[in-house]
Write a protein that binds this ligand. Structure first.
Ligand SMILES: NC(=O)c1ccc[n+]([C@@H]2O[C@H](COP(=O)([O-])OP(=O)(O)OC[C@H]3O[C@@H](n4cnc5c(N)ncnc54)[C@H](O)[C@@H]3O)[C@@H](O)[C@H]2O)c1
Length: 342
């Protein structure tokens, strides 16, 4: 496991214990000595299996797979090293911090012939599964467009982990990659074109862009709108409380920060009917669903929906959105995806 502080610490406490019988951490690597020793103690690992250097950890560990929970600027180094050693990879999102790094990772995974899955946990949150099922069941008829909203209060510098306040396009790269992936998931389609901007209104909490408004055209003709806000001083839709609204020809499906999916249908002469849908209760949800899928895949099960083969399309959408903002142009995301396959 590469990265045991920050969110890696959350993984150790909240995700991995459930899989103790089938997933054993053979070694850890973290550049931070405190994070390393806390994780080593928690896992009962000998100091000889706790490394500062990820390459040494990969060289000395008797491991079949590698879990990557370090900031995206270091994903390429970690994943390319794992590929060289033939390790399967479960990596936190985004695939990497630049499109070029994503391409390098994608090609390295393919030529190494290893399995690589990207953690897109929000697809498997119970309320989002409920929303997706209702769309698929046709509860709102033909889908016309989807609106997604993320809004968190990170007006205090460092509140979202310092690297996100210092990096360019922090909201899009670290945050919106979840929501853009979710839009692909809910619409059941890849994005063909993206337009819009991310920007900083001049708030000192972020060096880079921390607000975004994007418009997406999906390959099916369905459209989507994304609103992202890291300086939310009013209505918030932070993690696991994002708002999604799907508009269909026969109604709307809405989920907001109360995580309840509602079906709204206007019946001429009889007013608006609102139905609260029962939230699905999967055996494995969110991160645990991802880990379950990954282990099953290694055991010969189906390729998970967020395997890199698919998730590279969410990365193309993310970096297409950045390009759209930087060039004030509509960007052909399909062309970026074709670049992957070339
Ligand atoms: N899926 C989710 O819901 C979710 C939530 C939070 C973070 N994340 C992802 O997890 C990853 C890590 O984010 P974080 O908030 O934990 O970051 P972080 O800055 O807290 O770093 C995590 C750990 O990585 C270590 N580290 C950094 N560079 C390293 C290197 N080169 N080698 C070894 N260790 C290194 C740090 O010392 C730290 O302990 C990112 O990809 C982020 O997007 C995902």
């Amino acid at each position: 496991m590469i990265g045991t502080g920050g969110f890696g610490g959350w993984w150790l406490h909240n995700c991995l214990p459930r899989f103790a019988g089938e997933l054993e951490i053979a070694a850890i690597a973290d550049v931070n000595a405190e994070a390393r020793s806390a994780a080593g103690e928690l896992l009962g690992l000998e100091p000889s299996r706790c490394f500062a250097d990820m390459h040494e950890a990969m060289a000395k560990a008797d491991a079949e797979l590698c879990i990557v929970v370090i900031p995206p600027a270091h994903h390429r180094e970690a994943i390319l090293a794992a590929c060289e050693r033939g390790l399967h990879i479960l990596t936190e999102k985004p695939i990497a911090d630049t499109w070029e790094a994503c391409l390098d990772i994608y090609h390295a995974v393919r030529s190494a012939g290893v399995k690589c899955q990207v953690v897109q946990n929000y697809r498997f949150a119970p309320h989002n599964l409920t929303l997706k099922q209702a769309i698929q069941e046709g509860r709102i008829g033909q889908l016309v467009y989807v609106v997604g909203r993320f809004a968190a209060d990170y007006r205090t510098r460092g509140a979202w982990g310092m690297f996100r306040h210092e990096m360019p396009h922090g909201l899009l790269v670290e945050g919106a990659v979840h929501h853009l992936d979710q839009i692909r998931n809910l619409t059941g389609a890849d994005c063909s074109m993206v337009a819009g901007w991310d920007w900083n209104p001049g708030h000192g909490s972020f060096d880079g862009e921390c607000c975004a408004l994007l418009t997406l055209r999906m390959e099916t003709g369905v459209h989507a709108q994304y609103e992202g806000h890291c300086l939310a001083a009013g209505w918030r839709n932070a993690w696991y409380e994002e708002a999604y609204r799907a508009e269909g020809l026969e109604g709307s499906l809405v989920v907001d920060r109360d995580q309840t999916v509602r079906l709204l249908q206007h019946r001429p002469g009889r007013g608006l009917r609102t139905e609260e849908l029962t939230t699905l209760q999967p055996e494995y949800a969110s991160h645990q669903a991802i880990i379950r899928q990954f282990l099953d895949w290694l055991d010969g099960g189906p390729e998970p929906p967020t395997a890199i083969e698919d998730n590279i399309r969410s990365a193309a959408l993310l970096f297409g959105a950045i390009r759209a903002s930087e060039t004030h142009a509509v960007v052909d995301v399909g062309q970026l995806v074709r670049q992957v396959q070339a």
